[in-house]
Design a protein around this ligand. Structure first.
Ligand code: TXA
Ligand code: MG
Length: 329
């Protein structure tokens, strides 16, 4: 297992050459670290599934260095999609479009669409450029666990299972990209992210269905995901101060992740404060969860954010991370 540093001359070239040789490596993106394989190499893609212990059939996002590379994957890009790409690429927006004939089912999990994104992290873009092709990259964590937002998180989950990790610092977004599904009659959000639904609706001048009509259940979009090993309890902010003593009153060490109401020091073993706006909360969330999960605790208690639209993507992740909720509506 090689530890590469994007700041060291030659290391990004080294990463690209490992990909070219069919190895799998973790690379930074602005959202989370991805477990990269050459998208044109089926044997390398197979290693991604093995390393993550991810069931075959869970589709992978293809990462591009240039919007024009979309033509490798899609026959016809609808006209309304180009302004979207111009506005949001490179960036944390994945688009799902009907795939071109011949695109491997191994990548799409047999789905009719292919998921594409151009990452905004300069190191990811440089790696792609040096490779001269596209890469598939799921989040670089063991299946079902918390996504990594630093090279040390990657090492924690994947050491020994991948060829290298390319360290490009902490991810600036902190949660996975928004997935906009453009394979149906109307667009829909397949996974919420920091680029919100109403922003995309406004941009496209149309409204999306609340629940996409009779949507296929896509493997990979599963309820239990992003989970710490430690039992994790989510508490709505209005109940948090009164519920805390009750929840920590039992035996064992307690970790608290909060953003609004500081927990009394005597009641908790570890506490981490997140930002009080969605961007800062998202950027810090997985880092806090990884830290808590390593602190040998009996439980992690998380002060949930408000139930309003700007916090939707965070609620989505926390809903999957929490093994229990306390008084959540
Ligand atoms: O921010 C991100 O998107 C990160 C970074 C590394 O780019 N990647 C990521 O990949 O989150 P992953 O594999 O952990 O999540 C991909 C999600 C899954 O929920 C999968 O089901 C969905 O995208 N997906 C991928 N390809 C699809 C397809 N062809 N059809 C439907 N859903 C797809
Ligand atoms: Mg993932």
């Amino acid at each position: 297992m090689i530890e590469l540093d994007a700041g060291t001359p030659g290391d990004v070239e080294h990463a690209a050459s490992l990909l070219r040789q069919g190895h799998i490596i973790a690379i930074p993106t602005e959202t989370v670290y991805g477990l990269a394989a050459d998208a044109g190499n089926p044997a390398a893609i197979k290693k991604v599934f093995e390393a993550k212990q991810r069931p075959i059939g869970h589709p992978l996002i293809v990462h591009l260095s240039d919007p024009e590379r979309i033509h490798q994957w899609v026959d016809r890009v609808p006209d309304f999609v180009w302004p979207l790409i111009e506005e949001y690429w490179p960036g944390p927006l994945t688009i799902l479009l009907p795939k071109k004939y011949g695109v491997s089912d191994f990548i799409t999990g047999g789905q009719p669409g292919v998921a594409l994104r151009m990452p905004a992290h300069p190191v990811a873009l440089e790696t792609l450029r040096l490779l001269g092709g596209d890469i598939v990259a799921p989040s670089a964590n063991p299946y079902g666990r918390i996504s990594p937002t630093s090279a040390s998180h990657v090492l924690r989950g994947m050491a020994g299972r991948i060829r290298a990790v390319l360290d490009g610092g902490n991810c600036s977004v902190g949660i996975e990209s928004t997935i906009l599904d453009l394979t149906g009659e109307v667009p829909s959000i397949a996974r919420p992210g920091v680029i919100g639904r109403s922003e995309l609706e406004r941009f496209l001048g149309m409204s999306f269905p609340d629940h996409a009509p009779a949507k296929r259940a896509v493997p990979g979009n599963v309820k239990h995901h992003y989970q710490p090993v430690t039992p994790t309890i989510g508490v709505p902010p209005e109940r948090f101060p009164e519920a805390l003593p009750e929840l920590t009153g039992n035996t064992g060490r307690t970790g608290v992740i909060w953003w609004q109401s500081p927990p009394p020091e005597s009641a908790v073993t570890e506490s981490i404060r997140l930002g009080d706006n969605p961007e800062d909360y998202a950027r810090m969330l997985y880092t806090a969860m990884h830290a808590m999960d390593q602190a040998d605790l009996a439980r992690i208690i998380i002060e949930l954010p408000p139930k309003t639209e700007p916090w939707l993507a965070i609620h989505d992740r926390l809903g999957r991370a929490c093994t229990q909720s306390s008084g959540a509506d």
